[in-house]
Design a protein around this ligand. Structure first.
Ligand code: CMP
Length: 141
């Protein structure tokens, strides 16, 4: 089924100049970048985006990391885009990520893990709407 998912290339990977390398991974796997922008998140924006993790011990540090430099947010479209993106990213903890995955290649640790991807259709809808308005999103092809 054709889907859309939200991707964030996090400050650690942007700092390593890996935006192009990571977008190429998506494209080589058949996903299409249908919207994208580079942003420097405020604490309020990072806190709101990760509100589901508010009670976790790592929340404060995660928000600090996510505001430490620019990010590249994008919408990926393709067959099973949500699962496909998650396969490409690899496990949250790069120490557990499979060889060749984005996190294995570019992440530093479980927090500075290079990329974020939506985990389910409803999350994808909410996360895409968090960063992109209707005018910025072309209709599904
Ligand atoms: P992400 O997929 O963006 O979703 C939540 C983020 O919280 C995750 O990637 C990591 O950046 C971070 N995270 C998850 N688990 C931990 C943890 N145990 N310690 C620190 N950060 C974490």
């Amino acid at each position: 089924m054709k889907e859309r998912t939200l991707s964030i290339i996090k400050p650690d990977a942007v700092e390593k100049n890996k935006i192009g390398a990571i977008l190429s991974k998506f494209e080589d796997a058949g996903l299409r970048v249908v919207a994208a922008k580079r942003l420097h998140l405020t604490s309020e924006q990072a806190g709101a985006f990760y509100a589901v993790h508010k009670e976790r011990p790592f929340y404060g540090s995660l928000c600090e990391f996510m505001t430490s430099g620019p990010v590249l947010v994008s919408v990926l479209e393709g067959e099973n885009a949500i699962a496909r993106n998650r396969e490409l990213m690899g496990a949250t903890d790069p120490a557990k990520a499979a060889d060749g995955t984005i996190r294995k290649l570019y992440a530093t640790n479980i927090e500075r893990n290079a990329v974020h991807g939506s985990d389910a259709p409803e999350t994808a809808r909410v996360e895409i709407g968090f960063f992109f308005n209707g005018l910025e999103l072309p209709p599904m092809e």
